[in-house]
Design a protein. Structure first.
Length: 398
């Protein structure tokens, strides 16, 4: 049974002064309501009382009737209700141990955004008009929406570089499972090369942050010289730094999208390593390079695109010795420093490229998992065959 895929199509737009003022008011009210509801739920939790979405919704109605918070009536009520739903989901993730305890939204650090459901916007003939606005948004349609697509929710946001975006969530009938293939690939991520495939192909690491590091450092020095506060010069300097960061992030995301889409289209099974990037970035020598490589973002793209197109992504346990294991005879090397890129197996004499060998071992381990659910522990000694840790393949939606 084919699944209906919902996709968010993000576009840049240029609001008028009146629209920008209305959106700024909405962002502020959304942040205020979220923080007040979080404070109320935290206080209730300290008294061992649980507060749910319906109760916070009743609180919002009461807040609007007070003189102090009467300004909440000036913006659309839908983004305020959506903020309460987002808080409810944050608590659900916390109680399910999928996330940390919800945190308060800071004016200068949190993402400025507001979500509108279908009752709070009008979309006709390619023109989007939000509640409380007389004119449609001036959207740059960089790509067309799927034919006949009707947005179910619209999210408006503004990034730190001053750019306005609108994201339209709608069903995309063009996303259907691809024809099954027997192709499988092991993917080893790295820093010298962003990806090394079991086919022997190596994909260069673009190092986007390094290319703009000098410009970024210069802009950050200029920002550090500005007097602290909300002065115009400091805002301009901060905006300049944010634009450089946005340029780096945009280029990185573009490369990862192209790579992940290509790999998912070409292969039925994709095997990766289950790395704990959060722990790895604690290495002060490699933290900057690891963050620039964006391994977690790449894995996330692989997984959701694989679910779209009927592919399988298998994550091999992080303790599996993919680099130290000979992919030819299965001998485990006692030690393998990071500076060793080419090595020869002591048992069979096979010369290995470290990264290609790791990708081959990941592929073999992943295929063992997918075929027979291998649960063999990582090898501690010499020959005895390749091994894999127990893994769970992504569960597809019915």
């Amino acid at each position: 049974m084919a699944t209906r895929v919902k996709r968010a199509f993000k576009y840049r737009f240029y609001p008028t002064d009146a629209q920008a003022a209305e959106l700024w008011r909405t962002f502020g009210c959304v942040r205020k309501v979220y923080n007040m509801a979080l404070a109320a739920r935290t206080e209730a939790w300290a008294r061992q009382v649980r507060v749910n979405y319906n109760q916070t919704s009743a609180m919002l109605t009461a807040w609007k009737k007070t003189e102090e918070l009467a300004y909440l009536n000036e913006v659309s009520c839908v983004p305020l209700q959506q903020a309460l739903r987002h808080l409810q989901m944050a608590f659900a993730n916390f109680f399910a141990r999928r996330a940390r305890y919800p945190r308060f939204k800071a004016k200068k650090k949190s993402r400025a955004s507001a979500e509108y459901t279908s009752s709070a916007f009008r979309f006709r003939d390619g023109r989007l008009t939000l509640a409380k606005m007389a004119r449609p948004l001036d959207i740059v349609w960089s790509r067309p929406l799927p034919e006949g697509a009707v947005p179910s929710t619209v999210t408006v946001s503004r990034d730190s570089a001053g750019r306005w975006f609108v994201s339209l969530l709608c069903e995309d009938p063009t996303v259907t499972p691809l024809a099954a293939t027997r192709a499988a690939v092991g993917i080893d991520v790295g820093l010298d090369h962003l990806l090394t495939l079991s086919t022997g192909e190596k994909i260069a690491n673009p190092r986007h942050e390094r290319r703009d590091r000098e410009r970024l450092a210069r802009a950050q020095r200029e920002l550090s010289r500005k007097a602290r506060g909300d002065g115009a010069n400091r805002r301009k300097a901060r905006r300049k730094v944010a634009k450089i960061h946005a340029r780096i992030a945009d280029r990185r995301r573009d490369v990862l999208h192209k790579l992940s889409t290509r790999l998912v289209r070409e292969n039925q099974t994709l095997v990766i390593e289950d790395l704990t990037v959060r722990t790895m970035v604690k290495n002060r020598s490699l933290a900057r390079a690891i963050s620039d490589a964006a391994w977690s973002q790449f894995r996330n793209m692989l997984e959701y695109k694989a679910s779209w197109y009927g592919r399988d992504v298998i994550a091999v346990d992080r303790f599996f010795p993919s680099s130290k294991l000979c992919s030819h005879c299965g001998t485990l090397q006692p030690d393998m420093p990071l500076n060793v890129r080419i090595w020869t197996c002591d048992s069979c004499g096979t010369a290995h490229d470290r990264d290609v060998n790791a990708a081959n071992n990941l592929l073999a381990a992943g295929l063992a998992v997918s075929v027979c659910g291998a649960g063999v522990r990582p090898q501690r000694r010499t020959p005895g065959g390749q091994s894999a840790m127990k893994q769970k393949t992504p569960r597809r939606e019915p």
